[in-house]
Design a protein. Structure first.
Length: 159
C-alpha cells in the first residue's frame, strides 16, 4: 500500500494516523488483557496475571518499541493525552472487582482501585526492582506490597 493511499484515509497526516493507531492499540491491549486474566480465581491472582501479561505485551510490541526508539516526540504526547482515559478504564475495572473482596477496615474501595491502577500502569512501563517476567517476584510485589494494606488476606507473598 502506498503512502498516498494511507494518507487519503488520514487527511490530517501522520499525527492523525498515530493518534488513531494508539486508540486502536489501546483497545486491542485491553481486549487481550481481559482474556489473559479471565480465569483468575481471585483478585491477587488477577493482578499478578495482569502485570505479567501487560508488561510482556508492552515489551514485545514491535511497532511501539520501534516508534519509541525512532520517533518518541510523536508518540509520547499522544500517550500522555490518552493516559488519563487508560487509567480511568483500569480504575473502574479494578473497583468493580474489589467489590467482591474483603478489604481492611477503613479502606475506600474507589481510592484503592485508583491507587492500584496508577501503580499497575507505573510497574508495567518501568518495573523498577521487580522482575515482571518472574511469577514469584510478581507474587511478592502484588501480595506483599500492593495489596497488603488493602485486602484483609492478600495471601502469602512467598507462595
Amino acid at each position: 500500500m502506498s503512502r498516498a493511499t494511507v494518507y487519503r484515509h488520514f487527511p490530517d497526516g501522520k499525527d492523525q494516523l498515530i493518534a488513531e493507531g494508539i486508540t486502536w492499540a489501546v483497545g486491542q491491549f485491553f481486549a487481550e488483557l481481559a482474556v489473559a486474566v479471565a480465569d483468575a480465581p481471585d483478585f491477587p491472582t488477577l493482578l499478578e496475571q495482569a502485570l505479567r501479561h501487560a508488561h510482556r505485551a508492552v515489551e514485545e510490541h514491535v511497532v511501539l518499541q520501534k516508534v519509541l526508539e525512532t520517533e518518541p516526540e510523536r508518540l509520547l504526547p499522544q500517550l500522555t493525552q490518552s493516559a488519563p482515559q487508560v487509567q480511568a478504564v483500569l480504575r473502574d475495572y479494578l473497583a468493580e472487582r474489589l467489590e467482591a473482596e474483603a478489604v481492611r477496615p477503613g479502606v475506600d474501595r474507589a481510592e484503592a482501585a485508583d491507587w492500584l491502577a496508577r501503580m499497575g500502569l507505573s510497574f508495567i512501563l518501568a518495573e523498577g526492582r521487580w522482575d515482571l517476567t518472574d511469577p514469584a517476584d510478581v507474587r511478592r510485589l502484588v501480595r506483599g506490597e500492593l495489596l497488603v494494606a488493602i485486602l484483609q488476606d492478600p495471601g502469602d507473598p512467598n507462595g
